[in-house]
Design a protein around this ligand. Structure first.
Ligand code: AMP
Ligand code: MG
Length: 350
């Protein structure tokens, strides 16, 4: 990927306010290219070379396991062994695949990590992005079926049962990586930090004066330097799925990267973006992609059901931004969500 794209990603991620560090600590660090994005960490007064090295080593490790562009990554090995043999994988990959499949079940296949062949066909964000022929999409869709992923807890193996299948964890892996960074922060007793993995944000602790961090939710029709909304939070992750993240425009139509497994086309609904706020970034990541796919009404029902069935031990909050610039958010965010752009001041809570 070209540097310019990464810089663009950096500018386009959820914006963070109040970034600073004390004179004694090491400057906050960023790396371009990890997890296909820009990863930035600021541990403020607790930032040290040792801490940042540990964090970026861990992110490198995750990238080595998950990157489909690395031929020896575990995901590549799972894919190249489709229809041939189960592949023994690391705890990281096993856990993320298992969580992804949990979301496939919960969303009845709207979130489907076996979307790989269709994602590859569209090539969105590559130099070969194009609108595929209908018959090509039909062909690729034959390989999309999360029920054909066989997991073996004991052997820690993943098996795609048909040749031609491939998994794509782009909708969930950054969330996992974000949680892993927070684990390192906790382990090192870091008091406060801001983690930004290309828009998967985690604000750890509070600001030095005990107040909450301000996290911007990007104006989906502009860049990240121009947030539409601001959230005041502590110990929370903020993850957004949107039509602006990866896309191309042809004949005035935007073709973005979140694919509806029912028809193999970018998901069409009235949403520009969908944001999840909670304490687990892997859940927020899988959920933001899932809820984008489900659309607003089914999405709210889905979140309600999750809380009623105690699927997770916390209740995620959500923010929908529609093409008409209407903002609908969970009532729990009533005291922490404000509009910072005139076009998005119509906020309702439910
Ligand atoms: P996110 O930005 O987290 O919403 O994830 C979008 C990414 O998830 C895409 O770039 C694909 O890699 C992957 N993806 C696309 N469609 C789906 C789908 N229906 N289910 C699961 N992952 C998907
Ligand atoms: Mg996601």
């Amino acid at each position: 990927m070209k540097i310019s794209k990464y810089l663009c990603v950096l500018l386009c991620t959820t914006s963070l306010f109040n970034m600073s560090c004390s004179k004694k600590s090491v400057a906050p660090q960023s790396k371009i290219g990890l997890l296909g994005t820009v990863c930035s960490i600021n541990a403020y007064d607790d930032g040290s070379e040792k801490l940042y090295t540990a964090i970026f080593n861990r992110l490198e490790e995750i990238d080595d396991d998950f990157n489909v562009n690395k031929s020896q990554s575990e995901i590549s090995l799972i894919n190249s062994n489709a229809g041939i043999a189960p592949v023994k994988v690391s705890e990281d990959v096993y856990y993320v695949v298992k969580t992804a499949l949990q979301f496939s079940g919960l969303t009845k296949g709207a979130f489907d990590p076996t979307i790989g062949p269709v994602v590859a066909l569209w090539g969105i964000n590559t130099d070969h992005a194009r609108i595929p022929e209908k018959n090509e999409i039909e062909q690729a869709l034959r390989f999309v079926d999360y029920t054909k992923v066989i997991l073996d807890d004991k052997g820690q193996t993943v098996y795609l049962t048909e040749k031609g299948m491939s998994i794509d964890l782009g909708g969930i892996a950054k969330g996992y990586a974000c949680d892993e960074v927070v684990k390192i922060l906790k382990h090192n007793k870091v008091k406060r930090a801001v983690v930004d993995l290309g828009g998967n944000v985690y604000v750890w602790g509070t600001k030095k004066d005990g107040s909450r961090w301000k996290v911007g939710v990007r104006n989906p029709e502009s860049n990240a330097a121009d947030p539409a909304l601001a959230l005041s939070l502590y110990n929370s992750t903020v993850v957004t799925s949107g039509v602006y993240e990866r896309y191309f425009i042809q004949d005035g139509i935007r073709f973005h990267h979140i694919i509806n497994p029912e028809d193999g086309y970018p998901c069409q609904n009235d949403l520009l973006s969908l944001t999840v706020v909670c304490e687990s970034s892997i859940i927020a990541d899988a959920l933001s992609t899932s809820l984008f796919l489900l659309g607003q009404d089914k999405g709210f029902e889905f979140v309600e059901k999750l809380s009623q069935t105690n699927e997770f031990d916390f209740v995620p909050d959500v923010i929908y931004i529609s093409k008409e610039h209407e903002v609908v958010a969970s009532s729990n965010l009533r005291n922490s969500l404000t509009a910072v752009n005139e076009n998005y001041k119509k906020i309702s809570f439910r």
